[in-house]
Design a protein around this ligand. Structure first.
Ligand code: ATP
Ligand code: MG
Length: 350
């Protein structure tokens, strides 16, 4: 049997380069091997946990995220796309798992702690938000996922899911599958910083290059990127550490890119060495980065434009995928109900 891969994104806006290097890129890679059974879903219920008063944003972003999927080359003929809210079985699974997790454990989750802080919730955190790791465990286990490609902020959530799987299986029998997180192999990709140099490119911090940005927007953003504030004149020695442009080059540049756009250097090590020595200006490095990003984004813009003209195809893909995925979730929920013993009227069980 093929291994199962499952990943999702919150429809809270368009997807950005952080999503691409952290997760989308490996999804495309896994898809193209043909060796996996893949599910990609839009986590609208999770997005509502901190946007309940702004459902329009979620509704509009759903389409944007679906367009981004198609733009990066995810293929509905190879992947089942679904929408979380269209599969009520996921919600019932969540209810069962809620009994296996303590409030103290949820509050200790480092990702949740950071996110509560970022959103300024303090004690007024919505219950749904605090418990979203449980609903995420339902998403993962409903499809018996083996692999979950994610950015490193998701690791504590995968840990939480594994704990639920253990507790459930110990109590009720070996039903659920323990998932494994798959991180990008390049450290710059597991948490891409924002163009302002902040730790994480994130919609809420307004420091993103979106996959759907125009050429002009990308150019302005790259040219204004945070570098080494003490590297003022070209002759000055520059710092690589904490220099966002170099972190992005770590994430995106290959030796092929050097051959094509900057042949006077063999590779990134040589470029870094020159920058540290002095004599290399920020503008030259930024122009190189811009060329690399443009090479990546241009084909995405074309695919996005095509599907924007064919919105029916996009909704159809989500609807058909949701129906297909629902059947799988129904099977798992049946196993879970049987294991707990709440199948009172099932003749075969009596
Ligand atoms: P929100 O601010 O609404 O939480 P987000 O930008 O964090 O949005 P998510 O939908 O929460 O995006 O994350 C989707 C996936 O993308 C997750 O696997 C996450 O780890 C990954 N990801 C998000 N931002 C980055 C980043 N800057 N670098 C690497 N991976 C990222
Ligand atoms: Mg997030």
């Amino acid at each position: 049997m093929k291994k199962v891969i499952l990943t999702g994104d919150r429809p809270t806006g368009k997807l950005h380069l952080g999503h691409y290097v952290g997760s989308l890129k490996s999804r495309v890679m896994f898809q193209n091997t043909g060796n996996y059974d893949m599910y990609v879903f839009i986590a609208d219920l999770q997005a509502l946990t901190d946007n309940a008063r702004n459902p329009e944003k979620i509704r509009n972003s759903l389409l944007e995220v679906a367009l981004d999927y198609l733009a990066v080359g995810l293929d509905p003929n190879k992947i089942t796309f679904f929408v979380q809210s269209q599969i009520p079985e996921l919600t019932e699974l969540t209810i069962h798992y809620m009994n296996l997790v303590t409030l103290a454990r949820l509050k200790r989750n480092p990702t949740i702690k950071t996110e509560i802080n970022e959103r300024g919730f303090k004690e007024a955190v919505p219950v749904g938000f605090l418990t979203y790791p449980i609903s995420q465990a339902a998403d993962i286990t409903a499809f018996k996922a083996d692999l979950v490609p994610v950015g490193d902020d998701q690791l504590p959530l995968i840990e939480q899911c594994k704990e639920i799987v253990h507790t459930f299986n110990n109590l009720y029998g070996n039903i659920l599958k323990e998932p494994e997180a798959v991180l990008a192999d390049n450290k710059a990709c597991t948490r891409l910083p924002g163009i302002d140099g902040k730790a994480k490119m994130s919609k809420s911090l307004n420091n993103c290059i979106y996959l759907s940005d125009t050429k002009e927007e990308v150019k302005n953003k790259v040219m204004s990127m945070y570098t080494d504030p003490n590297h003022i004149r070209v002759e000055d020695p520059g710092k690589i550490e904490g220099n966002t442009v170099f972190t992005y080059l770590d994430a995106f540049a290959t030796d092929e890119h050097f051959k094509k756009y900057l042949p006077e250097y063999k590779n990134l090590d040589e470029l870094k060495e020159h920058y540290q020595r002095g004599g290399l200006g920020d503008v030259k490095v930024k122009k190189f980065l811009l060329a690399i990003i443009e090479e990546l984004l241009e084909p995405m813009r074309e695919r996005r434009a095509y599907y924007k003209e064919h919105i029916d195809l996009v909704y159809n893909m989500l609807e058909e995928g949701s129906k297909k995925a629902r059947k799988v979730a129904q099977n798992t929920l049946k196993e879970v109900r049987d294991a707990i013993g709440i199948n009172y009227f099932d003749k075969k069980a009596n």
